[in-house]
Design a protein around this ligand. Sequence first.
Ligand SMILES: NC(=O)c1ccc[n+]([C@@H]2O[C@H](COP(=O)([O-])OP(=O)(O)OC[C@H]3O[C@@H](n4cnc5c(N)ncnc54)[C@H](O)[C@@H]3O)[C@@H](O)[C@H]2O)c1
Ligand SMILES: [Zn+2]
Length: 434
Amino acid sequence: MTCRHLAALAAGCETAFTVDASRVTFGRGALAEVGDRARALGMRRVALFTDPRLRASPWFHEVAHALAAAGLDAIVFDAVAIEPTDATFEAAAQFAREARPDGYVSLGGGSVIDTCKAANLLASHPASLRTYVNAPLGDARPIPGPLAPHIACPTTCGTGSEVTGIAIFDWLAHHAKTGIASPRLRPTEAIVDPRTTATLPSAVVAASGMDVLCHALESFTARSYAQRVAPSAPSARPMSQGKNPWSDLGCREAIRLAARYLVRAVRDVGDLEAREQIMWAATLAGIAFGNAGVHAPHAMAYAVAGRVRDFAPAGYPEAPIVPHGMAVGVNAPAVFRAFGAFCPEQHLEAAALLGAETRGAGPAEGGGLLAARVIELSRAIELPNGIAGVGYTSADLEDLVAGTLPQQRLLANAPCEVDADCVRELFAGALTYW
Ligand SMILES: NC(=O)c1ccc[n+]([C@@H]2O[C@H](COP(=O)([O-])OP(=O)(O)OC[C@H]3O[C@@H](n4cnc5c(N)ncnc54)[C@H](O)[C@@H]3O)[C@@H](O)[C@H]2O)c1
Ligand SMILES: [Zn+2]
């Protein structure tokens, strides 16, 4: 044991981290495996979750065919709303309680996979939704036992929801996004078939690709697990345990891949190599942030998305919404610019991985260089220009601060203390970038 470890033990800090992930199958054509894998998990009657657009896609037919070929019955729920609300989660749970499946398959982006997780939870361990929702909006009660098996098949590149124990929704009465976080929510298996990205509109690749990049950049610049207080018992160690050597591996590669392929993946619908590489980055960043945790840009995004007024993005069937990746991306440069001082080496390394010219730069310049590079990428993939670009003005700052402060699970992961004054300054810095 090193002196550093002895000192950490004495201070009551963490000295270990845990790595969890769903079993992952990745590759072109992998969707055809879903029937055999579902049967191997003991499923006979499958609840198949998707959204209306994907129901009409070739991917849905491939999955339905694979399940039928394996001799399994599938009952379909295709009423998933994009950026789901509490009402969507409740309707999906009602469906699951009535359908009584012995397993779940989800085919879609984060909206579908998260809705399927919630339905599985509320059918397996019936209770009101708020019972399991994160504090302070919900009661944050632990999930009492395992859920039914769930195979998640992502079709965006992407949230990483197929490998995380998180389900996010818009709680309409509170005008805020929040969620449920528990290792028990993590899908049993992820089947990631990059062919599905061929039908993705460019605007969805841009938003979900920025989400991937921010998962990696935030986990890479988060507070280290070794700077956090050790849990009361090993089983109480949170999934958002802080930056660690395992999460760093996935983050570095995801940042490098985003630098190389994101613009190509957005601009050229036919560039399947680029879209496949961003899907791989999404898987890596999903495993990384699922074992580390994101911080301020995501915490702020829940207010930006939850308080939407009339923003109607191209490429999405529903409005008004601020798609998750956009809601995160508009905050990110302001946060990196401000937080660079608290872990300068990490910001400088991230800037270099993202393609910034860092020769001759000192660590103190890392935050600014990283912010500038994220702005450059945001412009190249035509994301909105800051929070003003999705409809907010300086008159909204207090309201956005109020919507962010409840996200303590995420704010506690930032590399510095984050209070109301800090969040206000971050939003002021995020109004416009160009
Ligand atoms: N659970 C987690 O760990 C986690 C992490 C990040 C985000 N999220 C949540 O995920 C949601 C966002 O998910 P998302 O960005 O994956 O997008 P999405 O599921 O909201 O889908 C966006 C749009 O793309 C369409 N689409 C999806 N795949 C397609 C395909 N292959 N071809 C054509 N159209 C396709 C959908 O029908 C929809 O219209 C948000 O609610 C967000 O809060 C969850
Ligand atoms: Zn995200």
